[in-house]
Design a protein around this ligand. Structure first.
Ligand SMILES: Cc1cc2nc3c(=O)[nH]c(=O)nc-3n(C[C@H](O)[C@H](O)[C@H](O)COP(=O)(O)O)c2cc1C
Length: 285
Protein backbone atom coordinates (compact mmCIF):
# COMPACT_ATOMS: atom_id res chain seq x y z
CA UNK A 1 0.00 0.00 0.00
CA UNK A 2 2.76 2.44 -0.93
CA UNK A 3 1.64 5.99 -1.52
CA UNK A 4 3.09 8.65 -3.79
CA UNK A 5 2.93 12.03 -2.09
CA UNK A 6 4.04 14.62 -4.65
CA UNK A 7 6.78 12.29 -5.90
CA UNK A 8 7.82 11.12 -2.42
CA UNK A 9 7.27 7.40 -1.99
CA UNK A 10 5.76 6.48 1.38
CA UNK A 11 5.54 2.90 2.66
CA UNK A 12 1.95 3.39 3.85
CA UNK A 13 -0.58 6.21 4.22
CA UNK A 14 -0.04 7.17 7.89
CA UNK A 15 2.12 10.07 9.08
CA UNK A 16 2.18 12.22 12.25
CA UNK A 17 0.47 15.53 12.90
CA UNK A 18 3.01 18.32 13.37
CA UNK A 19 3.91 18.97 17.00
CA UNK A 20 2.44 15.75 18.37
CA UNK A 21 5.38 13.33 18.27
CA UNK A 22 8.74 14.46 19.65
CA UNK A 23 11.04 12.02 17.91
CA UNK A 24 14.16 13.59 19.39
CA UNK A 25 12.87 13.00 22.95
CA UNK A 26 11.59 9.53 21.99
CA UNK A 27 15.04 8.55 20.71
CA UNK A 28 16.60 9.85 23.94
CA UNK A 29 14.33 7.57 25.98
CA UNK A 30 13.91 4.50 23.75
CA UNK A 31 17.08 4.63 21.61
CA UNK A 32 17.29 2.59 18.41
CA UNK A 33 13.89 0.97 19.04
CA UNK A 34 12.22 4.16 17.80
CA UNK A 35 13.82 3.91 14.36
CA UNK A 36 13.40 0.13 14.17
CA UNK A 37 9.63 0.38 14.76
CA UNK A 38 9.01 3.84 13.39
CA UNK A 39 5.23 4.38 13.49
CA UNK A 40 4.94 6.80 10.57
CA UNK A 41 5.65 6.66 6.82
CA UNK A 42 7.04 10.21 6.92
CA UNK A 43 7.96 12.47 9.81
CA UNK A 44 6.52 15.99 10.06
CA UNK A 45 8.51 18.34 12.27
CA UNK A 46 6.86 20.68 14.73
CA UNK A 47 6.42 24.21 13.41
CA UNK A 48 9.65 26.13 12.87
CA UNK A 49 9.66 29.94 12.77
CA UNK A 50 12.31 32.37 11.52
CA UNK A 51 13.38 33.46 15.00
CA UNK A 52 13.49 31.31 18.15
CA UNK A 53 10.30 31.30 20.24
CA UNK A 54 9.87 30.42 23.91
CA UNK A 55 6.20 29.49 23.48
CA UNK A 56 3.34 30.43 25.78
CA UNK A 57 3.46 30.61 29.58
CA UNK A 58 2.10 27.55 31.42
CA UNK A 59 -0.33 25.93 31.82
CA UNK A 60 -0.22 24.82 28.19
CA UNK A 61 -2.60 21.87 28.16
CA UNK A 62 -6.19 21.28 29.28
CA UNK A 63 -7.80 17.87 28.92
CA UNK A 64 -11.41 17.90 27.73
CA UNK A 65 -13.92 15.03 27.83
CA UNK A 66 -12.91 14.05 24.29
CA UNK A 67 -9.53 15.52 23.61
CA UNK A 68 -7.15 18.26 24.49
CA UNK A 69 -6.91 22.03 24.30
CA UNK A 70 -3.32 23.14 23.80
CA UNK A 71 -1.72 26.52 23.96
CA UNK A 72 1.88 25.50 23.41
CA UNK A 73 2.69 28.64 21.42
CA UNK A 74 5.12 27.05 18.94
CA UNK A 75 8.33 27.01 21.02
CA UNK A 76 11.26 26.28 18.71
CA UNK A 77 14.91 27.14 18.15
CA UNK A 78 14.22 29.23 15.05
CA UNK A 79 15.22 28.08 11.59
CA UNK A 80 18.98 28.51 12.11
CA UNK A 81 18.85 26.46 15.32
CA UNK A 82 16.67 23.84 13.61
CA UNK A 83 19.12 23.44 10.74
CA UNK A 84 22.13 23.26 13.04
CA UNK A 85 20.82 21.20 15.95
CA UNK A 86 17.70 19.26 14.91
CA UNK A 87 18.11 18.52 11.21
CA UNK A 88 21.19 16.27 11.52
CA UNK A 89 19.24 13.90 13.78
CA UNK A 90 15.97 14.12 11.85
CA UNK A 91 17.85 13.43 8.60
CA UNK A 92 18.78 9.95 9.86
CA UNK A 93 15.17 8.90 10.45
CA UNK A 94 14.16 5.86 8.37
CA UNK A 95 11.42 7.88 6.61
CA UNK A 96 11.22 11.11 4.55
CA UNK A 97 11.24 14.36 6.51
CA UNK A 98 8.62 17.07 6.06
CA UNK A 99 9.53 20.36 7.74
CA UNK A 100 6.59 22.44 8.98
CA UNK A 101 7.11 26.21 9.00
CA UNK A 102 5.10 29.32 9.85
CA UNK A 103 5.69 33.01 9.28
CA UNK A 104 3.59 36.05 10.07
CA UNK A 105 4.04 37.59 6.61
CA UNK A 106 5.35 36.78 3.12
CA UNK A 107 8.80 38.11 3.92
CA UNK A 108 9.22 35.72 6.86
CA UNK A 109 7.80 32.74 4.97
CA UNK A 110 10.04 33.53 1.99
CA UNK A 111 13.12 33.61 4.22
CA UNK A 112 12.11 30.28 5.76
CA UNK A 113 11.69 28.67 2.33
CA UNK A 114 15.06 30.02 1.18
CA UNK A 115 16.79 28.67 4.30
CA UNK A 116 15.35 25.17 3.77
CA UNK A 117 15.77 25.08 -0.02
CA UNK A 118 19.40 23.85 -0.17
CA UNK A 119 18.86 21.10 2.41
CA UNK A 120 18.37 17.85 0.54
CA UNK A 121 17.52 16.08 3.80
CA UNK A 122 14.12 17.85 3.71
CA UNK A 123 11.75 16.09 1.33
CA UNK A 124 8.88 18.58 1.52
CA UNK A 125 7.68 21.70 3.30
CA UNK A 126 4.41 21.99 5.17
CA UNK A 127 3.32 25.62 5.53
CA UNK A 128 1.19 26.21 8.62
CA UNK A 129 -1.10 29.12 7.78
CA UNK A 130 -2.80 29.22 11.19
CA UNK A 131 -0.85 32.36 12.02
CA UNK A 132 -2.75 35.53 12.92
CA UNK A 133 -2.49 38.38 10.45
CA UNK A 134 -1.15 41.28 12.55
CA UNK A 135 -3.61 43.71 10.94
CA UNK A 136 -6.86 41.72 11.00
CA UNK A 137 -6.20 39.26 13.85
CA UNK A 138 -7.61 36.53 11.59
CA UNK A 139 -5.47 33.54 10.65
CA UNK A 140 -3.64 34.26 7.36
CA UNK A 141 -5.10 31.01 6.09
CA UNK A 142 -8.66 32.01 6.99
CA UNK A 143 -9.02 34.25 3.95
CA UNK A 144 -8.61 32.86 0.41
CA UNK A 145 -7.41 36.22 -0.94
CA UNK A 146 -4.77 36.64 1.80
CA UNK A 147 -3.51 33.12 1.22
CA UNK A 148 -3.28 33.67 -2.55
CA UNK A 149 -1.29 36.88 -1.97
CA UNK A 150 1.11 35.07 0.37
CA UNK A 151 1.64 32.11 -1.96
CA UNK A 152 2.13 34.37 -4.98
CA UNK A 153 5.18 35.84 -3.25
CA UNK A 154 6.68 32.71 -1.69
CA UNK A 155 5.84 29.79 -4.00
CA UNK A 156 8.80 30.47 -6.27
CA UNK A 157 11.25 30.42 -3.37
CA UNK A 158 11.23 26.65 -3.01
CA UNK A 159 11.38 23.80 -5.48
CA UNK A 160 10.33 21.33 -2.78
CA UNK A 161 6.80 19.95 -2.71
CA UNK A 162 4.68 22.47 -0.80
CA UNK A 163 1.92 21.24 1.49
CA UNK A 164 -0.35 24.00 2.77
CA UNK A 165 -1.75 23.16 6.21
CA UNK A 166 -5.15 24.80 6.20
CA UNK A 167 -6.81 26.34 9.23
CA UNK A 168 -10.24 25.03 10.22
CA UNK A 169 -11.03 28.41 11.78
CA UNK A 170 -12.50 29.86 8.62
CA UNK A 171 -15.93 30.36 7.07
CA UNK A 172 -15.38 28.12 4.04
CA UNK A 173 -12.37 25.82 4.05
CA UNK A 174 -13.04 24.62 0.49
CA UNK A 175 -12.60 28.17 -0.85
CA UNK A 176 -9.27 28.45 0.95
CA UNK A 177 -8.18 25.04 -0.37
CA UNK A 178 -9.09 26.15 -3.91
CA UNK A 179 -7.02 29.31 -3.42
CA UNK A 180 -4.06 27.16 -2.30
CA UNK A 181 -4.44 24.94 -5.37
CA UNK A 182 -4.67 27.89 -7.75
CA UNK A 183 -1.60 29.51 -6.14
CA UNK A 184 0.79 26.60 -6.57
CA UNK A 185 0.39 24.34 -3.53
CA UNK A 186 1.24 20.70 -4.27
CA UNK A 187 -0.93 19.25 -1.49
CA UNK A 188 -3.05 20.41 1.43
CA UNK A 189 -3.29 19.11 4.97
CA UNK A 190 -6.17 19.59 7.40
CA UNK A 191 -7.38 20.06 10.03
CA UNK A 192 -5.32 22.06 12.48
CA UNK A 193 -6.80 22.63 15.93
CA UNK A 194 -10.09 24.46 16.44
CA UNK A 195 -9.90 27.66 18.47
CA UNK A 196 -11.10 26.86 21.98
CA UNK A 197 -11.26 28.25 25.51
CA UNK A 198 -10.67 26.41 28.77
CA UNK A 199 -12.29 28.14 31.76
CA UNK A 200 -10.23 28.21 34.96
CA UNK A 201 -12.32 26.22 37.49
CA UNK A 202 -11.06 28.39 40.39
CA UNK A 203 -11.23 31.87 38.82
CA UNK A 204 -14.60 32.57 37.21
CA UNK A 205 -14.30 34.17 33.78
CA UNK A 206 -10.56 33.62 33.59
CA UNK A 207 -8.61 31.43 31.20
CA UNK A 208 -6.95 28.26 32.45
CA UNK A 209 -4.31 28.34 29.73
CA UNK A 210 -1.38 30.71 30.08
CA UNK A 211 -1.81 31.75 26.43
CA UNK A 212 -5.50 32.66 26.91
CA UNK A 213 -7.21 30.69 24.16
CA UNK A 214 -5.94 27.42 22.73
CA UNK A 215 -6.70 24.81 20.09
CA UNK A 216 -8.96 21.80 20.52
CA UNK A 217 -7.76 18.48 19.11
CA UNK A 218 -8.58 14.81 19.56
CA UNK A 219 -11.80 12.77 19.18
CA UNK A 220 -13.95 15.88 19.76
CA UNK A 221 -12.93 17.32 16.39
CA UNK A 222 -13.10 14.16 14.25
CA UNK A 223 -16.58 14.89 12.87
CA UNK A 224 -15.54 18.45 11.97
CA UNK A 225 -12.37 17.16 10.35
CA UNK A 226 -14.35 14.64 8.31
CA UNK A 227 -16.76 17.32 7.13
CA UNK A 228 -13.92 19.64 6.14
CA UNK A 229 -11.98 16.82 4.42
CA UNK A 230 -15.05 15.92 2.33
CA UNK A 231 -15.65 19.56 1.42
CA UNK A 232 -12.03 20.06 0.38
CA UNK A 233 -11.91 16.78 -1.56
CA UNK A 234 -14.96 17.89 -3.52
CA UNK A 235 -13.34 21.24 -4.36
CA UNK A 236 -9.75 20.41 -5.39
CA UNK A 237 -7.65 17.79 -7.19
CA UNK A 238 -4.56 18.05 -4.97
CA UNK A 239 -3.54 15.24 -2.61
CA UNK A 240 -5.05 15.66 0.86
CA UNK A 241 -3.42 14.78 4.17
CA UNK A 242 -6.27 14.51 6.66
CA UNK A 243 -6.20 14.53 10.43
CA UNK A 244 -8.32 15.35 13.44
CA UNK A 245 -9.11 12.81 16.14
CA UNK A 246 -7.85 9.77 14.26
CA UNK A 247 -7.17 7.03 16.81
CA UNK A 248 -7.92 3.77 14.99
CA UNK A 249 -7.65 2.26 11.53
CA UNK A 250 -11.44 2.51 11.20
CA UNK A 251 -11.18 6.27 11.71
CA UNK A 252 -8.33 6.43 9.19
CA UNK A 253 -10.45 4.53 6.68
CA UNK A 254 -13.27 7.07 7.06
CA UNK A 255 -10.88 9.87 6.07
CA UNK A 256 -9.47 7.91 3.12
CA UNK A 257 -13.05 7.22 2.02
CA UNK A 258 -13.78 10.96 2.33
CA UNK A 259 -11.06 11.66 -0.24
CA UNK A 260 -7.77 11.84 1.68
CA UNK A 261 -4.62 10.24 0.26
CA UNK A 262 -2.84 10.16 3.60
CA UNK A 263 -3.98 10.37 7.21
CA UNK A 264 -2.10 11.78 10.19
CA UNK A 265 -2.26 10.75 13.82
CA UNK A 266 -1.88 13.56 16.35
CA UNK A 267 -3.31 13.70 19.85
CA UNK A 268 -3.73 9.92 20.04
CA UNK A 269 0.08 9.57 20.00
CA UNK A 270 0.20 11.23 23.45
CA UNK A 271 -2.00 8.43 24.82
CA UNK A 272 -0.32 5.67 22.83
CA UNK A 273 3.01 6.47 21.15
CA UNK A 274 2.62 3.57 18.72
CA UNK A 275 -0.94 4.52 17.71
CA UNK A 276 0.36 5.48 14.26
CA UNK A 277 1.76 1.99 13.72
CA UNK A 278 -1.54 0.44 14.83
CA UNK A 279 -3.53 2.64 12.45
CA UNK A 280 -1.16 1.74 9.60
CA UNK A 281 -1.30 -2.00 10.40
CA UNK A 282 -5.09 -1.89 10.46
CA UNK A 283 -5.27 -0.06 7.13
CA UNK A 284 -2.84 -2.51 5.53
CA UNK A 285 -4.60 -5.64 6.76
C1 LIG B 1 0.16 19.55 21.59
C2 LIG B 1 -0.08 19.88 20.15
C3 LIG B 1 0.88 20.59 19.44
C4 LIG B 1 0.69 20.91 18.10
N1 LIG B 1 1.65 21.61 17.44
C5 LIG B 1 1.47 21.90 16.12
C6 LIG B 1 2.48 22.58 15.40
O1 LIG B 1 3.56 22.90 15.92
N2 LIG B 1 2.22 22.88 14.10
C7 LIG B 1 1.06 22.50 13.45
O2 LIG B 1 0.91 22.78 12.25
N3 LIG B 1 0.10 21.81 14.12
C8 LIG B 1 0.28 21.52 15.42
N4 LIG B 1 -0.69 20.81 16.10
C9 LIG B 1 -1.91 20.38 15.38
C10 LIG B 1 -1.83 18.91 14.95
O3 LIG B 1 -0.77 18.68 14.05
C11 LIG B 1 -3.15 18.47 14.29
O4 LIG B 1 -3.38 19.25 13.15
C12 LIG B 1 -4.36 18.61 15.22
O5 LIG B 1 -4.01 18.33 16.55
C13 LIG B 1 -5.53 17.70 14.80
O6 LIG B 1 -5.18 16.32 14.85
P1 LIG B 1 -5.44 15.39 16.16
O7 LIG B 1 -6.84 15.62 16.61
O8 LIG B 1 -5.17 13.99 15.70
O9 LIG B 1 -4.44 15.84 17.20
C14 LIG B 1 -0.50 20.48 17.44
C15 LIG B 1 -1.46 19.76 18.16
C16 LIG B 1 -1.26 19.45 19.49
C17 LIG B 1 -2.30 18.64 20.24
Amino acid sequence: MTVDLCGIELAHPVINGSGTFDVIAARRVFGAAVDENFPFAAFVSKTITLEPRLGNPPPRLFETPAGLINSIGLPNRGVAGYLEHDLPGLATLPVPLITNVMGSNADEVGQLFEALEPRGEIAAIELNVSCPNVKTGLDIGADPAELSKLLAVVRGKTSKPLIVKLTPNTANVALVASAAEASGADAVSLINTLRAFAADPRRPGKAWLGGGTGGQSGPAIRSVALAQTSAVAAAIELPIIAMGGIATAAHGRQFLDAGALIVAVGTESFRDPIAGAKVAAGLLS
